[in-house]
Design a protein around this ligand. Structure first.
Ligand code: DP6
Length: 327
């Protein structure tokens, strides 16, 4: 048997940013322009097995049971190249990755995907990394993945370069009952990737400098809100931060948007529930789907309202989830 034949399986959960990452100071190393802050979710995760073997002649990437085309596999292979470089090894891997979602709702995510890949691949090639180092490696796959190494509330410190840009836990197991209702409004693949979108926003939005200040203030205030268990503050900061991120898409040149008609319907529903005394807040990433923050005593009411617009399998109720696990 060769010295490399070590199949390692890791599981990472998706995280939802409450203070968004939207722009890089260094595109190659994925160093962001701002700190960001997220909540890892229990219901959406990726399981990835990696086996490095000396007799493989190329990487082989299997995604949800099917081999990935070379163009789709390129980003995964690029992260494997980073890991090979760190381990000073010149060997290929078989990667088998599955996105686990509770219904047909989808929500495949690069955050859980690259976190699981980084964890499984590093271990399989013989690198025993701390979580901080693992977070740096996951970041090279996709920025938001660096936060999925940890559970609960997580902060990504932008840093100045590769060594100083990583996530750390703010509160891994919050003793605070929270729900995030994920609403799948549209499954179509997005036309503007987050990588490309944030690049255009940073280059062309006249509001980009203001965004950096917004994130600084929001970060300080959201930490205070969590310490004080102030749900309305947590929710309103998250919602405003999301809308200000989306303002960077609308104000870019060329302008673009991730909203579709259904996203706006959900937003109106949430705003109307709120004006009827039910504290609930939305956030949205680089796609039309919406996530609603709500406390458990109000979750059913919000779900019932959303069911007048969507089928049951388009709505998933999630809660805070754990960090990286080896299976
Ligand atoms: C809107 O992490 O997908 O979800 O680093 O270019 O791979 P790359 O981008 P990615 O961007 C995530 C953007 C976001 C906000 C966030 O998760 O912070």
């Amino acid at each position: 048997m060769s010295s490399f034949d070590n199949k390692i399986t890791a599981r990472a959960h998706t995280n939802i940013a409450l203070i968004k990452y939207w722009g890089k100071q260094n595109a190659k190393l994925k160093i962001p322009t701002t700190n960001s802050f997220s909540l890892t979710l229990d219901k959406f995760y990726t399981e990835t097995s990696v086996t490095f073997k000396e007799n493989y002649t190329a990487d082989r990437i299997i995604f949800n049971g099917k081999p990935l085309s070379d163009s789709k596999a390129a980003r995964i292979v690029a992260l494997l190249d980073v890991i090979r470089g760190m381990a000073n090894q010149d060997i290929y891997a078989e990667v088998n990755t599955t996105n686990m979602v509770p219904t047909s709702a989808g929500f495949a995510s690069s955050s859980s995907g690259f976190a699981a890949l980084a964890a499984a691949a590093c271990k399989s090639i013989g690198l025993n990394l701390s979580k901080k180092e693992l977070s740096r490696v996951a970041r090279r796959g996709s920025g938001s993945a660096c936060r999925s190494i940890y559970g609960g509330f997580v902060e990504w410190h932008k840093g100045l370069g590769d060594r100083t840009s990583f996530a750390s836990p703010f509160n891994e197991q919050p003793d605070w009952n929270l729900n995030v209702i994920a609403v799948m409004v549209n499954q179509a693949e997005k036309t503007m990737s987050s990588t490309k979108g944030m690049e255009i926003s940073k280059k062309t939005s006249p509001y980009y400098n203001a965004w950096k200040q917004v994130c600084k203030n929001d970060l300080k205030n959201i930490k205070k809100a969590i310490k004080n268990r102030d749900f309305e503050k947590l929710g309103s900061i998250s919602e405003e931060n999301a809308m200000r991120m989306h303002a960077l898409t609308l104000s870019a040149s060329p302008d673009y948007t991730y909203f579709d008609g259904k996203s706006l319907q959900v937003i109106k529903t949430i705003q109307s529930l709120r004006s009827n005394g039910i504290p609930c807040y939305f956030t949205m990433d680089a796609g039309p789907n919406i996530k609603v923050l709500v406390e458990p005593q109000n979750t059913d009411k919000v779900v019932q309202e959303l069911k007048s617009l969507f089928s049951t399998d388009q709505i998933v109720v999630a809660a805070p989830g754990p960090g990286i696990e080896y299976l």
